[in-house]
Design a binder for this molecule. Structure first.
Ligand SMILES: [Zn+2]
Length: 138
């Protein structure tokens, strides 16, 4: 029995050679699949179930894929996306924490975010980036 399991493990290791395996995107897909399956159980909506199956298929396709450069690029894209959302989330959190002292506006010309002290009435704001002026109530 022990020899059989060892053999199975060796065979699997050989099978997985040169294949992508589980990466961060794979693990994220796994979690999404689980959430979708749980949702499908509670809502009884087949949409969730079908979506879960499709994503599961994609996940296993990526695990067993031999086109590792392409899978690596996908994983990098996912990591960049996660990094960007984290930065955005942190900015939102910072604005929320400062909401009692500052107000945040977007420059109408260049869309740059501008922070001004709160409670000064109507003020003329000069954009630090493009120097455009606009009037807002602080
Ligand atoms: Zn501007």
């Amino acid at each position: 029995m022990r020899g059989f399991l060892q053999n199975l493990r060796n065979n699997f290791a050989r099978f997985m050679q040169g294949r992508n395996g589980m990466d961060e995107l794979g693990r994220a897909l796994n979690i999404v699949v689980l959430v979708l399956l749980i949702l499908s159980i509670f809502t009884k909506w087949s949409v969730f179930y079908i979506l879960a199956l499709v994503l599961m298929g994609y996940m296993y396709f990526r695990v067993f894929s031999k086109n590792t450069p392409k899978r690596y690029a996908e994983n990098q894209k996912y990591r960049n996306f996660r990094y960007d959302t984290k930065i955005k989330w942190n900015k939102k959190k910072m604005e929320w924490n400062q909401r009692k002292i500052y107000r945040f506006f977007r420059c109408p010309m260049c869309k740059q975010k501008v922070r001004v002290p709160k409670g000064r009435g109507k003020i003329c704001i000069t954009c630090p980036k493009c120097k455009a002026e606009f009037i807002k109530r602080s």
